[in-house]
Design a binder for this molecule. Sequence first.
Ligand code: MG
Length: 441
Amino acid sequence: MDPLFSTVATTEGFGTWRVRRLDANRTDLFGDTKVVPPSPNLMSSTHICDAATPEEMTQYHADDEVTSAKDYPEVTGPLNNPPSVTSDDFALAFDIDGVFIKGGQPIPEAIKAMRYINGENPYGIKVPYIFLTNGGGKSEKERCLDLSRQLDYEVSPGQFICGHTPMRDMAERYETVLVVGGEGEKCRIVAQDYGFKNVITPGDIIKTRHDTTPFRKLTDDEYKNSRVLDLNNTQIEAIFVFADSRDWAGDQQIILDCLMTQQGHLGRRSSCHNEGPPVFFSHNDVVWSTSHEYSRIGMGALRASLEALYHAITNKELTTIAFGKPQMGTFQFATRLLQQWRSEYLGIDKPPATVYFVGDTPESDIRGTNEFDKISDLEWYSILVKTGVYQDGETPNVKPKMICDNIYDAVKFAIEREHEKGPQQNQTANPQDFKNGSLKN
Ligand SMILES: [Mg+2]
């Protein structure tokens, strides 16, 4: 073993680096019913909403192109000859779409990259990692199951943040909410799982008043799943765009209707048009990478459209709030998730010196990483890959620390850069050094 990957931890001692069953993994992290967050302290303290501002426009997202879990075979077991050491000097954080997944399928280098960071490398080390995506539209558990099967490696909800994950905290503040976007009832179910007590969808409003959207009719399934409301006694306290809208015209009409009420009371029209409920978007990516050769418009485009429409109709400015990358709160959230994962599953109590973030979108991934590097105690090192929004030959408007062809080259670069730093101050740990999940000094 090269001494440079010194502060290492053998996996034998605590054996939870690769939990074989996803259910066991989830239960271990969250108990029987909770999927996310990884632990209460990850979700509290610095409230991510406080850091979310509406200024920055970005790209991408994906979710529903991901094939359903049932279409994939079971995840294979761990490597035949798993390595025995895990680096604690550095960690990896990844965007997903345009990095590992494109058009619902893994990019060619994705599985090789996963194997590399899980020990199939010349140094015989595993590197701790998390995923930080702006995508959403389904539960974190469901998304992890998809990703695990696509990448042929188990991904735990404890390693995963998606665009709407931070909205969970908002359930304490708002009871009756309008949830927009995604397929069918999925986002209603996610919102209810987050703790929102009364989740209303555009389908409910259309079912109640079919002339709300003149050109949109509910499908049979939508009609069956939607609820009839008492519009005169319903108050929308907040509007959440959880995932990409499938019907921009209808959804914008309904959001505008809510915004033009008195404090969200659906039966009371405002005369001043500045007393509607707040609007939150799970991210602000204007475009994202799909199987199409050119990037497609995303949630940030809907946000821009909604704000422009509101101004055109009311002559008032509409201020909305977006979560996700590049907001600093999202990276603070990721830091806590990474630390929790390292501590609970790897027995590493100290923070890594460097976190390498690999993304495909300069405006969100690279901007967020570079900005967070300025305020973080850790080094956050941005790596841009060419497999998504950013394409070879372009000049990124936010400069990364490194550009790599793909995710495999990116993880190789990160590990080799650590190698070149030379031996660290720490020593190799043996299994018996781990007691109660912590590294004994
Ligand atoms: Mg991306």
